[in-house]
Design a protein around this ligand. Sequence first.
Ligand code: HSE
Length: 435
Amino acid sequence: MNPVKIGLLGLGTVGGGTATVLKRNAEEIARRAGRGIIVDYAATLEPERAAELGLEGLRTTDDAFAVVNDPDIAIVVELIGGYSPAKELVLQAIENGKHVVTANKALIAVHGNEIFAKAQEKGVMVAFEAGIAGGIPIIKALREGLAANKIEWLAGIINGTGNFILTEMRDKGRDFEDVLAEAQALGYAEADPTFDVEGIDAAHKLSILSSIAFGIPLQFEKTYTEGITKITRDDVVYAAELGYNIKHLGIARRTPLGIEQRVHPTMIPKKRLIANVDGVMNAVLVYGDAVGPTLYYGAGAGDEPTASAVVADIIDVVRVLTTDPENRVPHLAFQPDALSDLPILPIDAIETAYYLRLCAKNHAGVLAEVTKILGEGEISIKAFIQKEPEHSTDNVDIILLTHRIKEGNMNTALTKIEALDVICGDAVRIRVESL
Ligand code: HSE
C-alpha cells in the first residue's frame, strides 16, 4: 500500500520534532499504522531547515496554502500556531477534504466550535492532542479511557514555561526574566511569551479540557485567567515555610450552579503529588465519579515531547484511512501481521542495581572475602553500611548498594558469598531502579 503523504505547516520547534520522530521511528510507526507515513511537503520561511533536519528530498514552499491545496496531501499538520492564518489554512484543508492534526490550542480554544462543525460537515478528522499538556495523552484519557465516568473536576499544571519559571525561582533564586529567556531559548515559550506568564496559554488549554470533561461548547472567553507575574520569590519562600508549593493551576469543576473554569497561581500542600511536578513537566489530575482521582504526568513542552502527541494523532488518522474500520486500533497496538519476535529476556540477562543485606560473623577478613567475590563478578559497590554490634560476639549486618550489573553475575556472586563460612543464612537482595 502506498505511504500516506502528509503536509507540514511549519518546521519550527514542533515541526522539526515531528519530522524527526516520523523519520527516526518510521518502521515502528508503519507497523502500528498499517502503512508508511512520509512528510512530503512543508511550508516554511526557512527552506534550509529541511536540510538541517536531514530531509533533503522534502518539497518546501513559503506558501502554506500551496500545501493545503496540494492534491497529494492527505493530512495537513498545522504547527504554525496563532489564530491567523492558522484558522484560514485549517478551514481550507477541511474544505479540500483533508484531515487535520494541530498542536494549536489557541486556535482550537477560540475557533474550535466553528472548525469542528465544518469538519463534521466534510467528514474529516481534526485531532489536537498535542495542544494540551505536550506529550501527555490527556485528551485520549478523558475522551476514551475515562468515558464511563461523570467527571467531577480536573486540575492541571498545563503551562510548562510557567512551571519552569516558578521552579527555578524557588530552587535557585533566579530572576523571573532570566528564566523566561531560557524557556524561550529552549523552545518552551509561546511566540508571545505573555501568553505563558499571563495564563492565557493555560486558559486556552483548560477551556478545551473542560469542554471534553463536561460535554460543553468551547468557552475560552469565560475562563477566569490570572498569570504568575505577581508572584515574587518572597511568596514562594513564605508558602514553603507554611508547607505549600505555589503552582499555576487550571481548574475545571462541576458544581450545582455550573462549571468553574479558572486559571491562577494556587498553593498546594507539599505532600500532594501534583505539588512536586517541577520544571517544564505538566500534570493533570482528573476526578471521575467511578474511578476517583487519576493523575497524568509528562513533559508539557519541547520539540519531541510535543511531536510524540502530534505523531500519535497522525497515526490515528492513518489507521482510519487504512485499516479495517471494525478494528481501527489493533488489539496489541501494532498491526497483527507486523508483530515482531523480539525475545523476552530470562531474569539472568536483565541488568539492574542491587541493595544487599548480608548477615556476617564478626571476624577479621569477612569484608575482604565478600568484596573479592563481588570484584570477580565485576560488581562495583556504590555505597556501604556496617553498624557497630551491641556485643562483640554478635553477627553484623553488612549493607551494600551496587552499581548496575547483570543479574547472572549477581546470582553467581551471591551463591559464592552465601557458601562462605563467615556468612550466616541467605543474602537479602532488593533490586534498585532509578527509573
Ligand atoms: N508554551 C507552552 C508551554 C508550550 O510552555 O506549556 C506547550 O503548549
